[in-house]
Design a protein around this ligand. Sequence first.
Ligand code: GAL
Length: 688
Amino acid sequence: MPAQSYPALLNNHQGFLHGADYNPDQWLQHPHIIEEDFQIISRAGMNSWSLGIFSWAALEPEPGVYRFDWMQDILDRCAQANIAIILATPSGSKPAWLSQAHPEVCRVLQWQGPREPHRGRHNHCPSSEVYRREVSRINGELSRRFGAHPAVKLWHLSNEYGGECRCETCLQGFRRWLQERYGSLDALNDAYWNGFWGHPYNDWEQVHPFEVIHDGLQLDWRRFVTDITVDFMLMEKAAVRQHSDLPVTTNMMGHYPGLDYWRLAPHLDVISNDAYPSFDGRSDESTSLTQAICDANLMRSLGGGKPWLLMESTPSQLNWTENFVMKRPGVHRREMYLQIGAGADGTCYFQWRKGRGGSEKYHGAIIDHAGTHTRVMREVAEYGHTLPQLEAVLGSGVNARVGLIEDWQMRWGLECAHGPRKNPKHKGYMDEIHAWHHAAVSRGLSVDIVPSNGDLSNYDLLLMPMGYQVDEKLGQALERFVGNGGILITSYLSAHCDPHNRCHLGGWPGSGLRQLCGVWAEEMDGLPDGEVVQVTSETHLPGLAATGRARTYCERIHAEDAEVLARYRSEFYAGEPVLCRRAAGKGYAYYLAARMDQAFLDSLIDAVVEAHQVPSILPQRPPPGIIVQERDNGQQRFLFVHNATPTAREAPLPPGTWTDLTHGSTYRDSLSLSGVDSRVLIWQNISS
Ligand code: GAL
């Protein structure tokens, strides 16, 4: 998105939001604890709490018996103390009395299996009329009482929507959804290529996503799960909107595989994410840093470039990981600056205070069982107190000249297909997305995530690894993009299918990409893990690594109308092309036929940036371990510089004079960073 200044995240709150999930309902019998919470919050440099996320049973202990007094009291005190409340609807955790009286509010995990028992949370049936009615009622009550309360600034719809239900009601809903989508069984049979295995339907009741494994059907089931979730979310939104026009959000989970967030995003006023990267600060964590940035870039992109909110993170340890490694000092601040660097205008935690019992008593929080005299609390407070110094950053965007085309449709299309590898997880779509994103971000490029039906016109460079589903529209958009001077890099396994997962005829890559890239992919070698095929480069692309290693997927391609930039050096296809380029109109299309090692990919990005003068934050790739990000409001530029390693590093700076926003020191050319250090700098606009 072009550099610009955006309105505040919340028009009723100034400054960065710095908050946490707050569960005073666990402590109602311990008023001194709640008293302490109010004393501590500003000491922690914090100004916000997310309230009521799992509070339904505390608000309505018995059907129709409401206890809103405790929440009223908390909200009144928050209003006095100027604490911004993000008020949650409690649908993420239903009261036990509801599951007992109406078991149909629970999910069915296996078709024709039993309803789930009440169990934990996040396990309701999205189609259940009873559950919808009850959620709408409790949301309406919340909104009627607190929707205009001065402390409440934002609605938090449910918690981490996700999962699916396989009950009869959901199945019937799916069949109705198909009827609306396809209109006739003939159209559906054609879309799914149901002649295969003799599977055409002549009655909608025969359509069965849990019994028939055709990939088009499986793909549609995933789409339906998103749509029914959106429908449920809109029901929740309508219920709170009865008495309140406050903005709404819901907390997403990065690249969570189960929901297409592009369909949720347009209904949200604020985009929010939950992020728990496992940084600990003991080794070079560049790859994990860029992976976290990939999720954060997705959040900014989902909102069309506007600032977003990190709703959950932890300043401390995760109880659900294999080990229990502490974040070394400084790691927390780096993690938060990295989120801000990708466009977050607020960073919050799960959770404020550790629950004394239950399943997350070892999960990191700001306040420990021991109290507040902890290193974690100090680090949170230190970070929190830097936030007012960073306020110039608020509202700025990210001027990304690189778009990474990836979305759930591409991913699901590939994962639902039976092959080219058996286990959908081993197909490695997200691994390749992360590898390409890493190559770009570690080079110092700002990257937007672009869905396959997105606007391509803002970018100089588009990356489309494993772009499995390319329809005619996307094919034409890519052709226009390149024709107008854009640079496209795409890869093996691209444009195999249409949106129903039917293969394109006439040779891969389809939808016009064969002509655009000038290559035909005749066949593909799927290598067992650990095996590699050697690659050597020609000399036509300065900066490209001289050699590389291909693994997992190696397509045999023919350069029909393209320049060959690298070739296989081993296997029976030694000497055949692996990387090609074709000039088309004013731009170029590159085709990479194999999954390449990270060093080769990095060098490809470097070489392309150099050859085509793609604008980047730094003139050259920074040394290993240094990651940079930039925000820009059209007038001011802000640089985020991170040391991904535990040892000191020298970070190169872009031309000009840069001032550290937290302590005012100025730098030119370079900056010394201690281990895991992270800085936010503003450009002084003084020509060199
Ligand atoms: C999130 C969830 C929180 C908490 C957290 C622990 O997925 O929304 O309620 O359980 O994980 O990491």
